[in-house]
Each structure stands twice: as C-alpha cells, then as structure tokens.
Design a protein around this ligand. Structure first.
Ligand SMILES: Cc1cc2nc3c(=O)[nH]c(=O)nc-3n(C[C@H](O)[C@H](O)[C@H](O)COP(=O)(O)OP(=O)(O)OC[C@H]3O[C@@H](n4cnc5c(N)ncnc54)[C@H](O)[C@@H]3O)c2cc1C
Length: 214
C-alpha cells in the first residue's frame, strides 16, 4: 500500500496549485479527478465560453455587414423613381436579416461600437430614423467618445435623408463638447463640408442666416 502526506480531491481552481506547492515542499501528494482535469473553468466554463462569445460576436457582426452591403447593392444607386419594386423588396429582405444579426451581436461584446454603426445605417436605409437616434444614445452611454456611431448618425441627418446642414453642424459642435479628439472631429466635419458641396451642386444651399435659424 502506498502512503501519501496529502490527498487532494478534484483538479479545479485550487487542487493543482495546492498539489504543486505541497510537492515543492517535499510532500508526497496524490490528486484524484473524477472527470476532466482542470475542472469547470478551463474545460467548460470561463475560458471556452469567453472564446465562444467573442467568436459569436465576430460572426454576427461579419454576417450583418455582409447582409447590409448586399441590401445596398441590391437596391442600386439610382433614385427612387428609377428603382424597381423588386430591387426595393430585395434590399428590404437583406436589411431585415442584417438588422437581426447586428441586434443580436450587441449582447455579445461589452462595447460593440462597430455593430452600432452598421445597425444605425441599416435602420437609416429602412427609414427608421427614431431607431437611429435611440441606438446612438445607447452607444454613447457605453462609450461617449465612439466615432463609428457618430459617423452613422451624421449620415442619417444629411439633407437627402430628412436632416439638415444645421443639424449636422450642431452635431459636430456637440461632439466637440463631448471631448472628441481633433482627428475624430475632422472626420465628422468632412460630412459637413461634403454636404455643403452637395447642396451647392443642387443650388440648394441656404444662406448663412437661413442655416442659423433652422
Ligand atoms: C459557463 C460558465 C462560465 C463561467 N465563467 C466564469 C468567468 O468568466 N469567470 C469566473 O471567475 N468564473 C466563471 N465561472 C465559474 C468558474 O468556472 C467556477 O467558479 C470555478 O470553476 C470553480 O472552481 P472549483 O475548483 O471550485 O470547481 P470546479 O472547477 O468545478 O472543479 C472541481 C473539480 O473537482 C472534481 N470533483 C468533484 N468531486 C469529486 C470527487 N468526489 N472525486 C474526484 N473529483 C471530484 C470535478 O470533476 C472538478 O474537476 C463559469 C462557470 C460556468 C459554468
């Protein structure tokens, strides 16, 4: 019969390190495991679930982006009058799928800013401006300095989508007050500059007074 100084039951969090310490101190140690060496955390708990959740986030985000792009491509770039019902219906189908994947992805990452950005653009394409604003607020609560949702919001308040130049200018100002870096603000300011050019090209730029009073 073998004799031991210590018998450790289970190889979870404490067992292996206790066994190592006792062995290092010159004790003869037996360790007994009835199932998987390493216990719950390394085999079926913390580590596998964290890896799976991270992978699931990436998968949902990637598929959501794919559906979003497919929807935009299916619609095409012509204006509404030159877009067929089939194109619009096809876009709708893709965007609904994108919305589902991106919405699901939000629960799989502590700061899913890329998901927020594409989800906002998806809702914008679906004409749900209220959802865009709600998502922006939710994203900024998690990360007040996030750029991706702010960029998506800037797109959604362009004149062609029912917003205005003044709204865009105001949003850049409020982003500055929120502490965005000069580089981030330059990205947002570019939307304002492009919008001015777009309006000018259509001779629709209101004079400064009209913009300020909007
Ligand atoms: C899905 C999931 C996710 C988790 N995520 C996290 C996390 O992110 N962060 C965190 O801190 N915690 C997390 N946990 C909890 C963490 O896994 C446990 O708190 C930790 O594993 C407990 O360690 P333990 O050593 O007490 O038990 P266990 O790891 O369960 O180890 C006990 C070991 O003893 C063995 N055993 C029991 N009885 C006998 C016996 N009579 N004879 C021989 N062997 C025996 C078992 O087979 C097992 O291997 C998670 C748990 C789960 C289920």
């Amino acid at each position: 019969m073998q004799l031991y100084d210590a018998l450790i039951i289970g190889t979870g969090q404490a067992g292996p390190s206790l066994a190592a310490k006792l062995a290092a101190a010159g004790r003869k140690v037996a360790i007994v495991e009835r199932n998987l060496f390493g216990g719950t955390c390394v085999n079926t708990g913390c580590i596998p679930t964290k890896t799976l959740v991270a992978s699931a986030y990436a998968a949902h985000l990637a598929r959501g982006i794919h559906y979003f792009k497919s929807g935009v491509q299916t619609r095409g770039s012509q204006n509404y009058d030159h877009t067929t019902t089939e194109q619009l219906h096809g876009m709708q189908l893709y965007l609904e799928k994108a919305r589902q994947d991106l919405q699901d992805s939000l629960a799989l990452d502590p700061k899913p800013m890329a998901s927020y950005g594409v989800l906002m653009r998806t809702n914008m394409q679906l004409g749900d401006q209220a959802a865009v604003r709600t998502l922006l607020d939710a994203a900024l609560k998690l990360d007040a300095h996030a750029l991706s949702p702010r960029r998506a919001y800037m797109r959604s308040i362009q004149t062609r989508f029912g917003g205005s130049l003044q709204q865009m200018i105001d949003f850049v100002q409020s982003s500055g007050a929120a502490g965005l870096t000069p580089g981030q603000l330059a990205v947002l300011q570019q939307f304002v500059d492009d919008e001015r050019k777009w309006l000018e090209a259509r001779s629709g730029l209101p004079d400064e007074g009209a913009v300020a009073s909007n």
